[in-house]
Design a protein around this ligand. Structure first.
Ligand code: ZN
Length: 485
């Protein structure tokens, strides 16, 4: 089509276009720089434009004695435009070298952006392999809301009191990344909209356990006194859900009644207090599969960190991490529910966080309803009435802002995102009845399995699936500034 209109262009324009064409066919592809951020409404610099990652192969060597991490990240990605350069997100650490397609590439760093300039431009559609060699002491980030993420060193797991070795010698570490902390321990396209499969290989001193997402493919004792743990995640994962845990953990394995593999790693000092809640995990996986549809991953489990490591639990893929023994069975259920809502169906942007937290909170209400606790209706009413006898969060600031529109990045994990988010779901259930509601929940998990979805995707889907106009629910509960009544 276009070449026909070319003939009508003025002669100089034709000449320069011909020059461009010649340059292209002559081997030099005309790429342009990929964007340094994906313009997320809350974290505009998170992620990068111009490519999508298919796979991360991270080879990480960690020494708890000096806190040094050394790694190679092999990132296989597809160019979505001609690229003269592209960015990876990386915070701290020293980059020792970068190759693209096996050829040395130039790179430079500003802030959390690592800009890579391949020797040859990449063509649109090209699948290319970037290898980054890096290392140093990874840092801990403090989020806008004051919580810690990134790389966090842990104490002795409560086992120091037995007098064996110093706490330092038995220390460990954990990498967590919601919303942006994964850039402290590996370079990548750190935005939930770009999901990829992972192989995370962790090498640690003998005597330590090293745990990550997915299944343990091999555990190899090296002649050098170090042990290599090769973890494989065959299902796509958003980078904020990646984890690496190193320490003197107690590992137990098992299976759910229907055969999903379980892998729990518990800090020794937390073992007794964790046993009760973790014992219910197999049953919870089965229950979730009944309520939400098949469990989305090949493995399940949990990591219980030494108490006080973190201020929150996180739904790291296949193995949520808990900051000490889980305080309740509902917390274990909450992080498990995220495996469907957040991990399999991931947010398109950080504005869609209520789709994670509202669903995971509602799952707690459903679990209670199915196990002799308060019904979801009772939970809903308790929040409206501020009745802490039913739920201790009922008098919290759940009404402070509409869940689909947190006032800023420091509010994406606030109460309205969780509790008012769950109330949105209950309002839908009140409107459409149980049959349509549960068909909607299962359909949502199935239709967006291992993908990404936004609030607009959800509201459109809910209306289509239930055949009902739910505009009032959206206006009042999801987007309305006033406290709903
Ligand atoms: Zn949650």
């Amino acid at each position: 089509m276009e070449h026909r209109s070319l003939l009508r262009l003025a002669v100089p324009a034709v000449a320069s276009l011909l020059a461009l064409t010649t340059a292209c066919t002559g081997g030099t592809v005309q790429g342009r720089p990929g964007a340094s951020g994906l313009r997320d409404p809350y974290f505009p610099k998170a992620g990068n434009g111009g490519y999508q990652v298919d796979h991360y192969a991270l080879d990480l060597d960690y020494d708890p004695a000096d806190g040094e991490l050394h790694g190679t990240a092999v990132i296989t990605a597809r160019a979505e435009q001609g690229l003269s350069s592209f960015n990876l997100d990386l915070s701290g650490l020293k980059v020792e070298g970068v190759t693209v397609q096996g050829v040395g590439a130039r790179f430079n760093r500003t802030g959390n952006e690592l800009t890579v300039r391949p020797a040859e431009d990449l063509k649109k559609g090209e699948v290319f392999r970037t290898e980054v060699e890096y290392g140093g002491k990874p840092k801990t980030l403090t989020d806008a809301d004051g919580s810690k993420e990134g790389w966090i060193t842990t104490e002795d797991g409560g086992a120091g009191a037995d007098g064996r070795g110093s706490a330092r010698a038995r220390a460990g570490a954990v990498g967590v990344g919601e919303p942006v902390g994964s850039m402290t321990w590996f370079p990548g396209n750190h935005h939930p909209s770009d999901k990829a499969t992972y192989d995370i290989t962790l090498t640690v001193p003998r005597g330590y356990e090293a745990v990550s997402n997915g299944e343990l493919r091999s555990r190899t004792e090296g002649a050098d006194g170090r042990t290599e743990f090769a973890w494989h995640s065959p299902e796509p994962m958003a980078s904020y859900l990646a984890t690496a845990v190193v320490g003197p953990y107690k590992v137990t394995t098992g299976r759910t009644p229907s055969g999903t593999g379980l892998y729990n790693a518990v800090a020794p000092g937390e073992a007794a207090a964790s046993a009760g809640a973790l014992a219910r995990l197999p049953e919870m996986v089965e229950w979730g599969s009944g309520r939400f549809g098949p469990y989305p991953f090949g493995t399940a489990g949990a990591v219980v960190l030494p108490a006080g490591t973190l201020g929150y639990a996180l739904e790291t893929q296949t193995k949520p991490v808990f900051p000490g023994a889980p305080e309740s069975e509902e917390l274990v259920l909450h992080e498990l529910a995220h495996q469907w809502f957040g991990n399999s169906v991931s947010p398109k942007s950080w504005k869609d966080m209520w789709l994670n937290e509202g669903f995971a909170t509602y799952a707690e209400w459903l679990w209670a309803e199915d196990h002799g606790g308060p019904t979801a209706q009772q939970h809903f009413e308790a929040f409206l009435a501020g009745d802490t006898a039913v739920d201790e969060a009922a008098d919290s600031a759940w009404d402070a802002f509409p869940p689909a529109s947190p006032p800023g990045p420091d509010h994406i994990s606030d109460e309205p995102v969780y509790y008012r988010g769950a109330m949105v779901l209950h309002r839908i259930r009140q409107e459409v009845g149980d049959e349509k509601f549960f068909a909607l929940v299962r359909g949502w998990a199935a239709d967006h399995r291992h993908g990404n979805a936004s609030t607009a995707d959800f509201t459109a889907y809910a209306q289509e699936k239930t055949g009902r106009d739910l505009k009032k629910v959206w206006d009042v509960w999801l987007y309305g500034e006033d406290r709903p009544k």
